[in-house]
Design a protein around this ligand. Structure first.
Ligand code: ATR
Length: 278
């Protein structure tokens, strides 16, 4: 029996999720079919209803529907509740739909695969939007020495600090107040890099041996990772590993088997580089 899964988004054309999940299915021998579906804005709920009514077993949900999926789920995992957003829906044996958010654990697992230590580190996150909300719960579980969230609009960083205070101390900041501070790990969670922009960062932000991670990825290093290289970051990574990592955790939720991520990341990176050279 082949079980059916899909990713819902808009746009969805360039989604790599079908490729990733087919790779996982081959690797694990799990009998699944995985498609992508462009859902018109405002029509998430009926589209999801139809999908599950037709026997669908699980969905990945991407921009702009993560909040719709959060509302749609009958039950939420604690990390999805905290994130306020859902990227994975799973049909439960009792017929209800569970909502999870695997983005944060995908990022943390990627950092572990990269050999980056998080415990005891001074961590700075740039940005305070939806993507950052998603990574906060699993990141804070790693017990960094300190966590600072810097955002263009300070009050959004303050809101996050307040909202997640029970998980640990978060210091909200404006970019200008980073002057004179140093961090061991800087994570770019702003959407600025989509437009080739970079928040204004002090020259000496990175401590010796610092790691820099961008939630975005591309064929070329992102502007943030270019900045990181120019400012002495010892290790740098973009969000391709996080993309595969979140997919692996969705697959695990659906199939109770955790696939190998490294071969898939390697293959996707090869394809991205080939495109660049084309
Ligand atoms: P996402 O779902 O990708 O997180 P979002 O919720 O719209 O998208 O959040 C975008 C984040 O990028 C915000 O933190 C935003 O800062 P503001 O809260 O001040 O808007 C940040 N951002 C976007 N463009 C930026 C830019 N040019 N410089 C600095 N920060 C930027």
């Amino acid at each position: 029996m082949t079980d059916t899964y899909a990713v819902f988004g808009n746009p969805i054309n360039h989604s790599k999720s079908p490729y990733i999940h087919r790779h996982f299915a081959e690797q694990t021998g799990e009998p699944i079919a995985y498609t992508k579906q462009q859902v018109p804005e405002g029509e998430f709920e009926p589209a999801a209803e139809t999908f599950f009514a037709q026997g669908g077993k699980g969905l990945n949900v991407t921009v702009p529907f993560k909040l719709d999926a959060y509302r749609y789920a009958a039950r939420l995992t604690p990390r999805a509740r905290r994130a306020g957003a859902v990227n994975t829906l799973a049909l439960e044996p009792d017929g209800t739909v569970l909502g999870d958010n695997t983005d944060g654990i995908g990022m943390v697992n990627d950092m572990h695969n990269l050999g980056w230590e998080l415990a005891g580190k001074r961590v700075l996150i740039l940005g305070a939007g939806g993507a950052v909300r998603g990574i906060l719960p699993p990141l804070m579980e790693q017990k960094p020495a300190s966590l600072t969230i810097a955002n263009r609009t300070l009050h959004k960083a303050e809101q996050l600090a307040k909202g997640f205070a029970d998980l640990g101390a978060i210091t909200p900041a404006g970019f200008e107040s980073l002057e004179g501070q140093q961090f061991d790990l800087v994570i770019n969670g702003t959407s600025a890099s989509l437009g080739g922009d970079l928040p204004p960062l002090p020259e000496s932000l990175l401590a010796p041996g610092a790691c820099c991670y961008d939630l975005m990825y591309g064929a070329e290093p992102t502007v943030f990772l270019q900045w990181a290289e120019a400012h002495g970051a010892e290790k740098r990574a973009d969000g391709l590993g996080m993309l595969v990592g979140q997919a692996a955790e969705s697959f695990y939720l659906w199939r109770q088997i955790r696939p190998e991520v490294i071969p898939v990341i390697t293959e996707l990176r090869r394809k991205l580089s080939a495109k660049k050279g084309a």
